[in-house]
Ligand binder design. Structure first.
Ligand SMILES: Nc1nc2c(ncn2[C@@H]2O[C@H](COP(=O)(O)OP(=O)(O)OP(=O)(O)O)[C@@H](O)[C@H]2O)c(=O)[nH]1
Ligand SMILES: [Mg+2]
Length: 199
């Protein structure tokens, strides 16, 4: 739920990176954190297990500067992808203004991607949100892996992109696709806000 403070002319939006375990959600935030200048970001908070799996969530506040006269801030979150953390995922998703679905392009992860996409829609419904109205962008991550291990973008589109939302091939480890994805979801969120669809 975006917070709009008209008196202070400030907008704060929540973007949630969703997807199956090990698809690269935390890696996206690390890459963004590493690229954004110090005066544009707050401290990144990661709550992870010793083996780097997200335990609760990651959090990264970003300052986008002034847009249409409003100081605009985005708060990026990741959910823990492991099936076990269903309750946490639902909590972190609550109040999201936009969602990035990070898919793992590896062929053997196809079922996990499909399940996670269904899980996303079930959890949005649980919050009483019509999934078709939530700004959503899909990222096909790990496209840097050898071609025999991964599905092509058209193959992934057919399995995952029923709404025909914007989608991007990515290699979150090295950067390609990371900011394209963030920009696309940001634009959708701000467009929805400016047309009065924000809550
Ligand atoms: N080759 C390659 N590896 C990646 C890419 N993105 C992430 N990885 C690796 O995949 C593993 C999992 O990445 P994470 O970012 O921790 O995955 P996650 O989605 O946050 O996982 P959970 O927190 O368990 O849900 C790590 O070893 C990353 O280095 C990518 O684009 N290409
Ligand atoms: Mg993680």
């Amino acid at each position: 739920m975006s917070l709009v403070n008209y008196a202070a002319r400030e907008i704060t939006c929540k973007i949630v990176y969703y997807g199956p375990g090990r698809s690269g959600k935390t890696t996206n935030l690390h890459y963004i954190y590493g690229q954004v200048p110090g005066d544009r970001k707050g401290q990144m908070v990661s709550l992870a297990t010793q083996t780097d799996r997200t335990l609760f969530f990651d959090f990264l506040p970003l300052d986008l500067g002034i847009i249409s006269g409003f100081t605009t801030r985005f708060q990026l979150y990741t959910v823990p992808g492991q099936v076990y953390y269903q309750t946490t995922r639902r909590l972190v998703l609550q109040g999201a203004d936009g969602v990035v679905f990070v898919a793992d392009s590896q062929a053997r992860q196809l079922d996990e991607n499909v399940e996670s996409m269904q899980d996303l829609h079930a959890n949005l419904a649980e919050h009483g949100v019509d999934a078709r109205t939530v700004p959503l962008v899909i990222q096909y991550n790990k496209q840097d892996l050898p071609a025999d291990l991964i599905l092509t973008v058209p193959e992934l589109e057919e399995q995952l992109n029923f709404r025909g939302v914007p989608s991007f091939a990515a290699d979150a480890l090295h950067g390609p696709g990371v900011f394209e994805t963030l920009r696309a979801v940001s634009e959708q969120v701000l467009r929805k806000l400016s047309t009065g669809g924000g809550g």
